[in-house]
Design a binder for this molecule. Structure first.
Ligand SMILES: CC(=O)N[C@H]1[C@@H](OP(=O)(O)OP(=O)(O)OC[C@H]2O[C@@H](n3ccc(=O)[nH]c3=O)[C@H](O)[C@@H]2O)O[C@H](CO)[C@@H](O)[C@@H]1O
Ligand SMILES: C=C(OP(=O)(O)O)C(=O)O
Length: 432
């Protein structure tokens, strides 16, 4: 049996959706919760995602006590922890490497399986390791593991990142939180999720200033204490539903969507003719009758987010004229292009760019989610394709979207998630 999302194109999406807590904020926050040698952390607005289950399994494996009650997760890491994260977890989710910084800071030792690449690129962690070494750790890589050790506490250091890596910035802030002296992180990532992590750590007793700017200063403290924290809203989930409104010419109110985190996305959607208004604690998004073409280049925050690239490509397919979308953050984040082509999309890859000649007359087809955002984008394209689109490989979508099918159905989409018999390939039916 294979699980599929089946969507039939046609019709506008209208109604209200509440944006979940951010996947990319909650994963580092749960990883950071294991630094606390005293007190429990109580985390609110935790989305019920497969990735959250994975990070909870990683820290439970280390002996942290994790209790989930709806969207509230309590972590008690006061008992002695194991300092290893095995491959079985890291292979499911690269963000498992975020336990390196907290373990090294608290225990002077960490051993984590190397994450390796994935469908969107090779994704090395050299910038994380360079930072740990600058703080005095000995780092070795072998047998598929990275191991870091330090005698006594890490030492504060001046670290310049070659690229504003989100994960490296998070791992190094966490490591520096318990280091001796001051760490200055230059060319740091400025994503809202970095600010959320720093706010959480500061509530735990850390001394971090400058999160959200390119220079972050961390004065190490001796210990941190569990605290209460509410996870920020997921700007990528919000952006995905904004595209759902835009592509169907619908009208959706996104409760808890944070305009400040979505400036680049809002600006590009407005260029394409979409109306966006702040309303109460959220954003109202109204799709136009005709979409206009535009060009987009992905960049680190506050630039256009790579995690919204494929959704915007789906939208460009329906815009009149030529649009160009350039990916500068990941080396290989265009796997969805071939899948869109199965749906009769007119687009081509040129180096790091995709040229979209719209509007395409999209036709329903059987397509595979090649990664999490690609999966969501195929569903978005299916909302306006002629006939039925069947999307497979749903485990990717489940990593980052809570009840995606149900939420779209509630907005009026003709969509369901089903289990279907796997069709045998032709050759296995042959009797010769
Ligand atoms: C769990 C999480 O928060 N994931 C997000 C995080 O991923 P992640 O933290 O992995 O992304 P990074 O910002 O680290 O990676 C960006 C680029 O830098 C490269 N790089 C990174 C680290 C390093 O040591 N060396 C190196 O070369 C990567 O291969 C990639 O090409 O930020 C990405 C960029 O906004 C988002 O797409 C992901 O959704
Ligand atoms: C690429 C993403 O996540 P991850 O870094 O967890 O693979 C994403 O959220 O789009």
């Amino acid at each position: 049996m294979v699980e599929k999302i089946i969507v039939r194109g046609g019709g506008q999406l209208n109604g209200t959706v509440k944006v979940e807590g951010a996947k990319n904020a909650v994963l580092p926050v749960i990883a950071a919760s294991i630094i606390a040698s005293e007190g429990k952390s109580v985390l609110h607005e935790v989305p019920e995602l497969a990735d959250v289950t994975t990070i909870n399994q990683v820290i439970s494996h280390m002996n942290a006590e994790v209790t989930t009650n709806g969207n509230t997760v309590t972590v008690d890491a006061t008992q002695p922890l194991k300092t290893e994260a095995p491959f079985e977890y890291v292979r499911k989710m690269r963000a498992s490497v975020l336990v390196l910084g907290p373990l090294l800071a608290r225990y002077g030792h960490a051993k984590v399986a190397l994450p390796g690449g994935c469908a969107i690129g090779s994704r090395p962690i050299d910038q994380h390791l360079k930072g740990f070494e600058a703080m005095g750790a000995q780092v070795t890589v072998g047998d598929g593991y990275v191991e870091a050790n330090t005698d006594g506490r890490l030492k504060g250091a001046k670290i310049y990142l070659d690229f504003p890596s989100v994960g490296a910035t998070e791992n190094l802030i966490m490591a520096a939180a318990l280091a001796e002296g001051r760490t200055v992180l230059e060319n740091a990532a400025k994503e809202p999720e970095i600010i959320d992590l720093a706010n959480y750590l500061n509530k735990m007793g850390a001394r971090i200033v400058g999160a959200g700017t390119e220079t972050i200063k961390i004065d190490g403290v001796e210990k941190l204490r569990g605290t209460e924290h509410t996870i920020i809203p997921d700007r990528v989930e919000a952006g995905t539903f904004m595209v759902a409104a835009a592509i169907t010419g619908g009208n959706i109110l996104l409760e808890r969507a944070e305009a400040e985190h979505l400036r680049a996305v809002i600006s590009k959607l407005e260029e394409m003719g979409v109306t966006i208004q702040e309303e109460g604690e959220g954003l109202r998004v109204i799709g136009p009758k005709y979409l206009k073409s535009t060009d987009i280049k992905t960049m680190p925050h506050p630039g256009f987010p790579t995690d919204m690239q494929s959704q915007m490509m789906a939208l460009m397919l329906r815009a009149k004229g030529s649009s160009v979308i350039t990916e500068t953050v990941f080396e290989n984040r265009f796997m969805h292009v071939e899948e869109f082509r199965r749906m009769n999309a007119n687009l081509r890859i040129e180096g790091r760019s995709v040229i979209v000649d719209g509007p395409s007359d999209l036709q329903g087809a059987e397509v595979a989610a090649t990664d999490l955002r690609a999966g969501a984008s195929l569903v978005l394209a299916g909302l306006v394709a002629d006939g039925y689109t069947r999307v497979t490989e749903l485990r990717h979508i489940d990593r980052g979207y809570v009840n995606f099918t149900e939420k779209l159905a509630k907005l009026g989409a003709n969509i369901e998630r089903v289990k279907e018999e796997q069709e045998l390939p032709q050759e296995s039916l042959s009797t010769s």
